[in-house]
Structures are given as C-alpha cells and as structure tokens.
Design a protein around this ligand. Structure first.
Ligand SMILES: [Cu+2]
Length: 194
C-alpha cells in the first residue's frame, strides 16, 4: 500500500469530520486527485475482492435519497455507490457510538453542537465513497476502500450541497455553496454491521 495514500486518506477524513460538524455548510468537497487513479481498477476488480472480503453491497443514490441500503450486513462487507441522480452524491459512513441509541433520522436532525457530542467531537468516517452522475464509484472511495469492518450501527449520509454539479468532486477544497446538504433533504440511511 503506497505511503502517500494513507496520508491523503487521513487528510480527507479530517476534512469530512469538520464537515460533519458543520452540517449547515455542506462543505464536503473532494480536495485531492488520488481517487482518479482508482477508477480503472475498482469496477473490474470485484471478483478478487469478494473472494477474500465477502459481499459487495451496491447502494444507489438518487436526488436525494439512498436506495438499496440493507438493514444489516456482515463485517467485511464492501459498499459500492451507483449514482442515478442528476447531482453528484457520496456515501459517508460513520460508525455511531454504542451508547447512542437514537435512530439516524433523529441524529442527523440534531443541532451542530449536539451532533458533535454524539460523535465525540471528532467523527472519522469508516469510509467515504464519491460518485459522479451516471457512474458507479467514480471517483470512488476517498476514505477507506468502502469496506465496513467494525460491527455496530452506521449512519450513511450525503453532505454534498443541493444543486452542485460533478465539478465539486474534482474541486480543490470544499464547494462554495450556501445550499443545504443533501442530508437535509432526506439523503441518509442507517446500516448495522454485525
Ligand atoms: Cu447526495
């Protein structure tokens, strides 16, 4: 595994964590180009990955909701994101602390400061997968590789701003937008890893 990939992943995770705490800003842009290199390998490498890691669950994004999210999956399951909407979408998968029992639908509606309390102030997504319109996993995973390894409840959320186009996934830095994030339009789901 390339060394600089780890660094980039880490940076991205921190950026996403900051975004989570600033839900209203929806400032979750892709600030690196490393994912582009993965494009050619992700779609065709499915067979080898399933044999070792287990199932791949294909989630579909529309404007603005997730479809095909199972209630629960086994640890080691890998997520894939197909975008059938007219805007770019992302899967941000964040493990919910065990002591938190409220459903995701309540958690995502919390004010920023309470949201910070839920995730201990520094939520680090287990994985983040980006998908431009009309694609599957393009550019793909920018945090982790789409695999959920730790059992528990996960929030599946999209923080991209309403009205954005695919360029936000290529932009350096967060998108400049005052538009509400997709999560505010109902683009969230709950998934249990067992
Ligand atoms: Cu979205």
């Amino acid at each position: 595994m390339p060394q600089n990939n780890t660094t980039t992943t880490r940076r991205r995770a921190v950026a996403v964590a900051a975004c989570l705490l600033a839900l209203g800003l929806a400032a979750c842009g892709d600030d690196d180009d490393t994912a582009t290199a993965d494009e050619t390998t992700t779609t065709e490498a499915v067979d080898t990955e399933t044999s070792t890691e287990g199932e791949i669950v294909e989630i579909t994004a529309v404007d603005w909701a997730f479809e095909g999210v199972p209630e629960s999956v086994e640890a080691g399951t890998k997520l894939s994101l197909t975008n059938e909407g007219d805007e770019p979408h992302e899967v941000v998968a964040i493990r919910i602390p065990d002591e938190e029992t409220r459903p995701v639908s309540e958690i995502v509606a919390l004010p920023e400061e309470e949201l910070g309390a839920v995730f201990g102030g520094e939520p680090e997504p287990a994985t983040v997968i980006l998908a431009k319109t009309g694609t599957t996993d393009t550019p793909g995973a920018v945090v982790g590789d789409g695999t959920l390894t730790e059992p528990g409840r996960y929030a599946i959320v999209c923080f991209l701003p309403v009205g954005a186009d695919d360029a936000v996934l290529d932009a350096a830095g967060p998108p400049e937008s005052d538009a509400p994030p997709h999560v505010s339009q109902g683009m969230f789901a709950e998934l249990t890893v067992s």
